[in-house]
Design a binder for this molecule. Sequence first.
Ligand code: NAI
Ligand code: MG
Length: 353
Amino acid sequence: MKIVLLAGDGIGPEIVAQAERVLLFLKQQGLKIELEPALLGGCAVDATDEPFPEATRKLAAEADAILLGAVGSPRYDTLPREKRPEQGLLAIRKALNLFANLRPVMLYPELADVSTLKPEVVAGLDILIVRELTGGIYFGQPRGIEYQEGQKVGFNTMHYSEAEIQRIAHIAFQAARKRNGKLCSIDKMNVLECTQLWRDVITEIAQSYPDVELSHMLVDNAAMQLVRDPKQFDVMVTGNMFGDILSDEASMLTGSIGMLPSASLNDQNKGLYEPIHGSAPDIAGKNIANPLAAILSVAMMLRYSFNEEEAALKIERAVQATLRQGYRTEDIYEIGLKKVGTIEMGDRVLANL
Ligand code: NAI
Ligand code: MG
C-alpha cells in the first residue's frame, strides 16, 4: 500500500504526525505500508511557488491512497487566487477525479455533553453525508469578477451533468443499502434548474434500488432539520456547495470539528483521506489540536482503499477507548476529565491500539 502523506499547513503537520504513528504501528504489525511525504498547499507555495507542484501530482497519481492534514493560512490571502493553498486541494481532487466525498457524522457517546445541542437530540447520532466533490458551483464556468456597465459584477455557474449526478447517486444508494436503507437527497429545485435535474436523475436511479427508501428535501429545510431533529437522517446526498455547508453544520452536532474524518474517492476506490477541518491557524504550533479526526481518517483509508476492515475497526475502537478513559484535547474537554495535548492524545491512542 503506497500512501502519500500531505501534512500541509497550520495544524496539518501536528495531526498528520499522530496519524502517521498509527500507520507505522500497523506496519510493524505486518501491514505492507510505504509512506511518502509530499507538499501541498501553502508549504508547497513556499517551496515551489505552486500549491500543487508537479512532483506531488506524480506521487499522488502513483499512490494507492493519500492522507492529508489541511491547507491554508491567512498568510496567503493576498496571493492571486490560482496560487492560493486551497487551489492545491481543489486541483488534487480534480486531478484524481475524487468525486465522492464521504463524511460520517457520528457522536461518540462519551462526547454527548460536549455538543451544544441537548443530549437527547444528538445521542446515538450516526449520519453519512455523501457530497459530490468535483462539480457544481465550485468548478462551473464561466466564473469571475468583471466590469459590466460601469460596475463590478461577480458570477459563478452551478453546473451538473447527468453523468456526474448518476455516479454520485450510485455511491449514495449503495452506502444506504449497507446501512439502514434510507437516503435523503438535498437540493434547491424550487429555485435552481441545475438541482431540478439533480432531483430528476436521483429519482430515476432510485428505480435500481427498490430496497432503499428515497426522500427529497430542500437545502434550507435540511439545514434546519439537522439541528431540530438530526436523527431523522441516515444517508444524505447532495452537491458540492450544499454538502460543504451542511457537513460543517452537522459536524458541530458531534461536539467538535476535530473529531470528523472524511474520504474522497474516485471510481477505482483510490482515495484521499482527511479530517474535515481546516488548518486552524489560531491554534497551530501549540500542541493543542485534536488529532482524532486525522487518526480516524486512517481508519477510513484502511476500510475504503485497502479493504482492511479489521484494522479500521481496531483504530476506531482505540479512539473510543481513549475517550472512555477520559482523555480530551481542549476542543472536547469537560471539567473533571484529563486534558491532553496533540502528542499525548496520539500516545494514548497508540497505547490502546
Ligand atoms: P478551521 O477548520 O481551520 O477552524 C475552525 C475552528 O475550529 C477554529 O477555531 C479552529 O481552531 C478549530 N479547529 C479546527 N480543527 C481543529 C482541531 N483538529 N482541533 C481543535 N480545534 C480545531 O476553519 P477556518 O478557520 O475557517 O479556516 C482556516 C484555514 O483553513 C483557511 O485558510 C481555510 O481556507 C483552510 N481550510 C482548509 C481546509 C482543508 O484543508 N481541507 C478545509 C477548511 C478550511
Ligand atoms: Mg468546509
